[in-house]
Each structure stands twice: as structure tokens, then as C-alpha cells.
Design a protein. Structure first.
Lengths: 434, 283
């Protein structure tokens, strides 16, 4: 490929079969059309013309956000700051950081609107203000998430003792020991959380998917009522789920405090959330696919199993994932069911079992700084666990069908990109058309 | 009012088979006799006493303005009508002399013998091209002796083999619209149906793809009877041997106004309304 620098504009290097010719071999022809065609009409030999870079005009975006707009925003922000400061501390004696911030934000919006009205016009001003509100809402959310992550990491990481954290439980904790963090860990809680969540998923997800299929595919008797019940159930406070299992199964002596009892309480929370999401996902599967499948002679269960569910696969995986994310940090239902423990208990079906939320809940209220540190480390591990789950699920939910080697111009190039696979939303194939 | 197609060659032997499934010879075209077919949606009648014979190995086109019940009639022919909640029907439909609505006939079995291609291409997006072709067999739990031969044969019949033979492992959704529709045709042909119903198979496609599909229809006609709904008069003339004109007059259910050989319907229709329609006077 040959490139030339040009003072301005975009440089396009044309590539063709003749690209391999080194620049030195360029014939001394100067005035030729820029397309670099190798004039095939002439009989005489002509060496292949190397490609000429075409000069394109520099592209513009007429309504792009330019320097003036940025200036307007910055100026508005700054003037709003000054204005609010004067009002707060010079004219009145108001105080309070939050009030200041809120007053500043609204003054800022007003100034953006005024400024844009003056410089451009009213309609654009309203548009701009709405844009600023939307962008700042997004920034606020991202900021909060980052803040939480960074804060927990900041509290957890300096004192962390990685090996002990992942290999020990809390039974060797001694208050007097200055090196206590090398003696205690949260392995028991990690094991407890993983077991409880896995059991809850193993019980809850099949039920949830079956319910969603009943609601959306079978549309059987009473599906309206079932949907209402599921919706109401998703509003159940999680502590009630715990009390329910506690009073139904533990007080009556059917079960003892155990990880399994905790799993049952978690199922109560998992079931409605997964059901609703799976139902939404199934609804997006085009009805034409169901008809096509039936027209090929498939029984209904085949249609659901071989056509509808595979089509909705990434959505179903995402639903399960959201369900896990919903229950992995639940604390209240575990209080009466798993009960919590300082020591390792591998068997989820008998005796008290620890879990990450319970360790956080009990340790962060202790007087010993070591335990508070441990609680933050448990929080850090919990967040990391959720992140890993998300990444794994995004990877597993990628569309398949590349089994046999060659692949040309598939229409989902983004799926090849690892990061894109994680962060691109679930591909929704087509909208419903029924 | 309703005219039947030229004298049919329906099997008239006295001991007709009670079920067509046992007598089915793979790849053998079938004949459909519809007799007094009526259809209702939620109590509203949309189709009234349609008598029509769809000849073995021929292409029959159903034409008529939209809303006159062509799709409904087509779906009655392979028992897809009853899938719609609130849909009812009357009359009889015989495939090679066996009533598909007779007692003991199963809808799934019928649909295997009478395949269908829809207006909108609908390959299964979660399956590869090869899996799409084999889907019908998989649904019927039949495993073909030689999968790759069957895939090649079906895709060749569908007119798609040369374009996809190197990319059978790609997802069905990665094809263009016209290719997807031909994949759907290949998918329907892979189960070796006796009749193939097509509901406006080209109306979502560009002219080139349309021509390819018409080509395909002509090629498969010796192996499978084709019934095609189309809004395109030229297409009906190009591909069909027989033609039936449906019409639903105001506040009336749809009826067959006229049917017969395509040249006749387009050349010298006996009914003024048919003449108006095929000459683009209304509809
Ligand atoms: N699922 C349905 N529910 C209720 N009415 C329907 C349904 N499908 C079609 N109809 C009605 O049946 C009549 C015939 O429709 P259709 O067979 O689709 O016509 P065509 O295919 O000739 O355009 C129309 O009046 C239409 O409104
Ligand atoms: Mg129609």
C-alpha cells in the first residue's frame, strides 16, 4: 500500500491487485485520471499503474457538537457555580452540600437553556437541556457504580491477605492477634453462597422457564391469573420469603437451619423475576417461526424445545443471570434459614451454613477492625463473583453455528469481539408481528 | 357459482386407503380435492363453499384481492387453520382420496405430507443452514440414511446449493432475504411432501430473487404439487397451470368466482369480475 501525506483532507489509499508494485516502479506518467485504471484499450504495453491516493474533502457533520457548544456548557456550569455560591453564602446563609449541588444543577440547566436561546433558538435550547439531563442521569449512574466499586476496593484491598482469604474460615480468629488477617478467611462463606445459589438455580430456573412457557406458548387455562400472581410474587419483600420458609419448614421441624432451607427461600425470590424476564424474551420470538415449525409437522413441545427456546437462548441465559445477580446478594432471607456460621460446612443439607452476605452483615458491625476489613473483603469478593458470572454468561450466550470452519461475511461481526460480546445487549432477532 | 377444475383423475378404487400415511411413496406428488370448504374466524364466516381440485404435479395459483380468504383456504389445506384460536371450518379436504380431516387423521402427520412456505422468510435463526434443511426430519424423529446427500439434494432443488455449499455451518439468518426464502423451500422439500403450499412466497423479495423462486417452482413441479397464492398477475401466468380466482364481495364471505386453466382465466374468462381483476380494473 502506498500512502502520501497531503496537507489537508482525508487520504484514501486505493487498494487493488496492482498494489504490490513498489513506488519506485511508478511510470513517469503524471496527468492521468486518479482512478488508476490500467488503460486496457491501448495496444501497447503499459506497466500497471500503481494506485493513486484519492483526495477527499474533509468530512463535516453539520449538526455536530462543536467547540462553541462545549464552551457554552462549561460557561454555564461555571456561572451557575458562581451564582449559587453568591446566593448561598453571600445573600442568604444557607448551607448543606446536597442543597448546593441541586441548586447548582438546576441553575446550570437554566443557564444552558438561556444561553442556547440567545445564541441559537428556543427549540434547540429545549433539545439541548433535555440532552444534558439525559446525559447527566447516565453519568450519575455510572459514577455511582464506579464509586461503589472503588470504595469497596479501597476499603478491602490494602489489608487483604489473599491466601488466607480464600483458604481459611473464621474459626481461628483471635482478637489479640495483630496478624489476625492471615489467620481468617471467607472460604466457608464462598462455599455457602455458591452452594445455596446453585441449588436455588437448579430448582428455580426449570420452574421459571416452564411457567414462562405456560404463559406465553401454551397460553393455557388461567394464564392471566398466573401472570398476575407471578407479578405480585415479584413484589414479595425478601424478608417475607425468609419468614415463610422459616415458619413453614423450620419451625415445623421439616428442615433444620441449612443451606438448603436458604436455597428454598431464594427460589421464592428467583422464580418471579426469572419467569417475567423469560416470558418477555419468548414474546420477542417471531410467531412466524412457530408456524414454520408446526407446518413442518412438529408437535408443540418440539416447537418450543427446538425452535423457540434456542432462538431465545441468549435471552434466557441473561434472564438466569439476572436472577442469580438478584439472589446472590440477598441477606434477609438467609438470616432465618442458613443462619450463618463461622466455620466451614460443606454440606448444604444439614446444619448452619455461612454465606457472603451473612458474613458481611455480621462482621461489619463488629468492634474489631480486622472483622470490618474482612467484611469489606467479602463484599469485594461478592462483587467480583457477580462480575465473573456476567462475563461467563455473555460468553456462553453467544450464538453458535460456526462449527464448520469457513465463515464469510456473517452479519454479526460484533459477536467476534470479546468485549463486544460482553457488553452488547442481547440481540433481539425481530420484533413481534402478530 | 363455483366451478371445479377440469375432470379430476382422483383415485376411484372402491377400497380407498383409510390413512394416507401408510401408502405414501416418497417424492410422489399428490392431488388435493377440496369440497365445500367454509371457514370462520370467531364466528364470522370468511370463506364459503369452495370446491377446488388441485391437480397432481401441477401448479395451481390462487389469485384475488386481499382479504378474500386465499391464505385461509391455503391454511385449511394443511390443517394450519385450526392453530388460530377461534378458527372453525367445514367441508372436506382429500389428499389422494383420504380426507385429512377424517377421524383418526393427525394434523402433524398431514403437515408432513403437505408442506408450507410463508410470505415472510422464516429460517430458524438458531440453526445452521444444514440444520435448517434437516429440521423437518428432526421434528419427525426420522434420521435420513445420508444427511449430506439429503442436504445437497434439497438445497439443489431449492436452487440454493451453489450459493451456500461452502457455508452450510453458518446460521440461517446470515443469508439474504431471497436466499432465506429458498432455504425455507428446501427445508419444506427435505421431508419429501406430496404438496407444497406457498403463501405469497415472493412478496417480500426483490425481482431477481422472485425470478429465482419462480424458476425453482417450475423445477420442483414434477415431484410435488404446488399451490401458490400470489398477488402478481404476471407471476400467476408465468408459473401456474391452473388458476382460481377468489373474491369476497362487500359483507360477503370469500368465494371462488372462477377457476380453470391459467390461459383460460387470463385469456377468456367467463365472469366479468374475473376479467376486471386479471386486467387490473380493481383489486
Ligand atoms: N387470525 C385471524 N383472526 C380473525 N380474522 C382473520 C384472521 N386471519 C384472517 N382473518 C380474516 O379472514 C379474512 C380472509 O383473510 P385472508 O385469508 O388472510 O385473506 P387473503 O390471504 O386472501 O388476503 C379477512 O377478512 C381477514 O380479516
Ligand atoms: Mg394472505
Amino acid at each position: 500500500m502506498t500512502t502520501q501525506t497531503a496537507p489537508e483532507g482525508i487520504l484514501v489509499t486505493t487498494t487493488s491487485a496492482s498494489t504490490q508494485t513498489p513506488p519506485a516502479a511508478r511510470p513517469p506518467v503524471t496527468e492521468r485520471s486518479a482512478d488508476g485504471g490500467s488503460g486496457s484499450g491501448t495496444g501497447s504495453y503499459e506497466p500497471p499503474t500503481p494506485p493513486r491516493p484519492r483526495r477527499l474533502p474533509s468530512p463535516i457533520r453539520p449538526s455536530a457538537f462543536g467547540a462553541e457548544d462545549v464552551f457554552l456548557l462549561v460557561a454555564s456550569a461555571f456561572s451557575a457555580l458562581c451564582l449559587v455560591w453568591i446566593v448561598f453564602y453571600q445573600l442568604t446563609s444557607l448551607s448543606g452540600g446536597l442543597g448546593f449541588l441541586v441548586a447548582w444543577y438546576f441553575t446550570f440547566l437554566a443557564l444552558v437553556w438561556l444561553g442556547t436561546t440567545q445564541l441559537i433558538e428556543r427549540q434547540v435550547a429545549t433539545d439541548r437541556v433535555v440532552g444534558v439531563v439525559v446525559v447527566s442521569a447516565a453519568l450519575l449512574v455510572i459514577g455511582l457504580v464506579l464509586f461503589i466499586v472503588v470504595w469497596v476496593a479501597y476499603k478491602a484491598l490494602p489489608s487483604i491477605h489473599w491466601v488466607a482469604l480464600f483458604t481459611k474460615d473464621q474459626k481461628n480468629f483471635q482478637v489479640a492477634d495483630p496478624n489476625a488477617l492471615s489467620q481468617v478467611g471467607i472460604l466457608h462463606a464462598i462455599v455457602g453462597t455458591v452452594e445455596q445459589v446453585l441449588i436455588a438455580v437448579a430448582i428455580g430456573v426449570p420452574f421459571a422457564v416452564a411457567t414462562a412457557i405456560y404463559l406465553n406458548e401454551v397460553k393455557g387455562f388461567g394464564s392471566r391469573t398466573v401472570r398476575t400472581v407471578v407479578t405480585a410474587m415479584s413484589g414479595t419483600p425478601s424478608v417475607v420469603a425468609g419468614i415463610f420458609i422459616y415458619s413453614m419448614l423450620i419451625l415445623t421441624g421439616v428442615l433444620h437451619y441449612s443451606g438448603f432451607a436458604a436455597s428454598l427461600a431464594l427460589v421464592v425470590i428467583l422464580l418471579p423475576s426469572v419467569t417475567r424476564v423469560v416470558e418477555e424474551v419468548l414474546r420477542v420470538v417471531p410467531s412466524g417461526l412457530r408456524e414454520a415449525s408446526q407446518a413442518l409437522g412438529a408437535p408443540e413441545w418440539r416447537t418450543v424445545w427446538s425452535v423457540v427456546l434456542p432462538t431465545a437462548r441468549s435471552g434466557v441465559v441473561t434472564a438466569v443471570l439476572l436472577g442469580i445477580a438478584r439472589i446472590v446478594g440477598e441477606t434477609a432471607p438467609l438470616l432465618f434459614t442458613a443462619f450463618g456460621s463461622q466455620v466451614m460446612n460443606l454440606n448444604a443439607f444439614s446444619h448452619d451454613q455461612a454465606s457472603l452476605p451473612l458474613v458481611i452483615w455480621s462482621d461489619v458491625r463488629q468492634a474489631q477492625p480486622v472483622l470490618i476489613d474482612l467484611a469489606f473483603q467479602a463484599a469485594f469478593v461478592l462483587m467480583t463473583l457477580v462480575l465473573i458470572l456476567f462475563v461467563l454468561a455473555r460468553i456462553f450466550s453467544r450464538p453458535r453455528g460456526r462449527k464448520s470452519g469457513k465463515r464469510r461475511g456473517g452479519n454479526r461481526p460484533a459477536e467476534d469481539d470479546f468485549m463486544a460480546r460482553i457488553f452488547v445487549p442481547i440481540p433481539i432477532e425481530e420484533s413481534t408481528d402478530r | 357459482m363455483t366451478t371445479t377444475l377440469p375432470p379430476s383423475s382422483a383415485p376411484t378404487d372402491p377400497d380407498r386407503p383409510a390413512s394416507f400415511s401408510g401408502t405414501h411413496v416418497l417424492g410422489e406428488p399428490g392431488q388435493i380435492d377440496a369440497d365445500g370448504v367454509c371457514a370462520w374466524f370467531g364466528g364470522r364466516i370468511v370463506l364459503e363453499s369452495v370446491d377446488l381440485v388441485m391437480e397432481k404435479s401441477k401448479v395451481t395459483a390462487l389469485i384475488g384481492p386481499s382479504g378474500c380468504g386465499k391464505s385461509t383456504f391455503l391454511r385449511i389445506l394443511n390443517r394450519m387453520h385450526e392453530v388460530v384460536p377461534g378458527a372453525q371450518l367445514a367441508g372436506s379436504v382429500e389428499l389422494d382420496g383420504v380426507d385429512i380431516y377424517g377421524p383418526g387423521q393427525r394434523a402433524m402427520e398431514t403437515r408432513r405430507h403437505i408442506g408450507m412456505v410463508f410470505q415472510k422468510p422464516n429460517p430458524f435463526p438458531a440453526m445452521t443452514i444444514a440444520e435448517n434443511v434437516l429440521a423437518g426430519l428432526k421434528f419427525s424423529r426420522i434420521s435420513p440414511a445420508n444427511k449430506s446427500d439429503l442436504i445437497e439434494e434439497s438445497l439443489t432443488k431449492g436452487g440454493l446449493w451453489n450459493e451456500v455449499k461452502d457455508r452450510l455451518g453458518e446460521l440461517g439468518g446470515a443469508l439474504s432475504g431471497g436466499q432465506q426464502q429458498r432455504l425455507c423451500i428446501a427445508r419444506s422439500l427435505a421431508v419429501k411432501p406430496r404438496v407444497l403450499l406457498m403463501d405469497e412466497p415472493c412478496s417480500a423479495l426483490d425481482p431477481t430473487s422472485t425470478l429465482r423462486i419462480e424458476q425453482t417452482i417450475k423445477e420442483i413441479a414434477d415431484e410435488v404439487t404446488v399451490v401458490i397464492v400470489t398477488h402478481n398477475m404476471q407471476q400467476a401466468q408465468r408459473v401456474s397451470d391452473y388458476c382460481a380466482f377468489f373474491l369476497a364481495e362487500e359483507n360477503q364471505p370469500g368465494r371462488v368466482i372462477e377457476s380453470g386453466r391459467t390461459e383460460m382465466i387470463f385469456g377468456e374468462p367467463t365472469d366479468q369480475r374475473t376479467f376486471d381483476y386479471v386486467n387490473g380494473q380493481f383489486g
